[in-house]
Design a protein around this ligand. Structure first.
Ligand code: AMP
Ligand code: MG
Length: 346
């Protein structure tokens, strides 16, 4: 398949959106930037176009897609009711990195939601995403653009590497700002439930609603999922191991392992500065925000090298910050929950 690739920051946006909207109207698919990660979108009302997304991504049919809207008018056709908690949260966090699960309307085909009577709705805050959806004039069903199971796509280089030839169009606009996906919250029941930590912190949501939500404890969010947790997520092809503990112990552990395997390291600045230069290493910056921003692209970068194993520094969550749950949730999944406490190992 010929993929048309445009850079939104370099070319005439309106002309591009027009072309992209035609593709969407004709049942095709378009990769587009958002503030979280890049998405692979199709007309949410077109069953065949949505089915094709699952095919391109090799995504299991029973993992429902998020429907993206550009304004509240579109919402009316997507959901059958807007619960009180949803209203409060939309007022505060839409547009933004929050997906709300609500009762779906009849217009949304079952293939989008895997037959559930609910649908996930998000209004992205990146200006170009809103413009693109608005030009299409239909809600856009879109999962993260990556091939299923792989780290999500946040950088133009990786998008082209993974999807050129597989989709109708790719719209690029630099690296994703947040770098991890939206927070997914089910508001279809009276007490909202966290389904996935993401770009908006749990504490902000609880503050806005003035109540404790389900599934929001540290253990709920981070506990290693059993093998029963159906699908692998965010995995590079190399093995990832998360290293916890004091920096000095992580360094000792790495020194030891360096003798056994060809290793690469991802970690926060202060650790990376102390790692020998003969080890391939990537810094995640200084905090959980920069770490989210760089995590997926760092995993993909290390995946292209000849190392055997990726060691990634974990974050000890003491006082909950906005993005720390999202970071650790993605990191542990990329490592299949493979975690070593270096304080007790060395
Ligand atoms: P992705 O877009 O691939 O990053 O993932 C979308 C996430 O939203 C997945 O974890 C889905 O399982 C979840 N999701 C989407 N729609 C629903 C729904 N109706 N009920 C529960 N979870 C949903
Ligand atoms: Mg995904």
């Amino acid at each position: 398949m010929k993929t048309t690739i445009y850079n939104l920051s370099k070319e005439d946006k309106n002309k591009i959106y027009k072309e992209a909207a035609t593709i969407i109207k004709n049942g095709g698919n378009v990769v587009f930037p958002t503030e979280t990660v890049y998405g692979l979108g199709a007309n949410a009302y077109n069953e065949k176009a949505v089915k094709n997304i699952f095919k391109v991504k090799n995504r299991p049919q029973d993992n429902p897609l998020i429907v993206h809207i550009s304004d509240f008018d579109m919402l009316k056709d997507v959901v059958s009711e807007v619960p009180k908690n949803a209203k409060i949260l939309m007022e505060k966090f839409f547009p933004g990195p929050l997906t709300l699960i609500m009762k779906k309307s009849d217009k949304i085909p079952n293939v989008v939601t895997n037959g559930l009577d609910t649908v996930g709705v998000r209004m992205p805050s990146l200006k170009s995403t809103g413009e693109f959806i608005s030009k299409c004039d239909v809600p856009i069903a879109a999962p993260s653009a990556n091939i299923s199971g792989r780290p999500s796509l946040t950088s133009p280089k990786h998008i082209v590497e993974e999807l050129d030839g597989k989709v109708n169009m790719i719209l690029l606009e630099g690296s994703s700002n947040i770098g991890v996906e939206s927070t997914v919250l089910d508001v279809s029941e009276n007490i909202p439930k966290l389904l996935r930590p993401g770009g908006i912190g749990i504490q902000k949501i609880e503050e806005a609603l003035n109540m404790k939500i389900k599934g929001s404890s540290r253990d709920d969010v981070l506990k290693p999922k059993s093998p029963g947790m159906k699908y692998a997520h965010y995995r590079p092809s190399k093995k990832v191991v998360v290293l916890m503990g004091e920096e000095k112990n992580i360094i000792k552990y790495i020194q030891k392992e360096k003798k056994n395997d060809k290793i690469g390291v991802i970690g926060f600045n202060s650790l990376i500065k102390q790692i020998d230069d003969d080890i391939i290493k990537i810094s995640l910056g200084d905090n959980e925000k920069s770490a989210c921003n760089k995590l997926f692209s760092s995993l993909r970068e290390l995946d292209t090298t000849d190392i055997d194993i990726i060691y990634a520094q974990g974050l000890e969550i003491k006082e909950t910050k906005e993005l720390d749950f999202a970071f650790m949730n993605r990191l542990l999944k990329s490592a299949n929950s493979n975690k070593i406490n270096t304080d007790t190992e060395v």
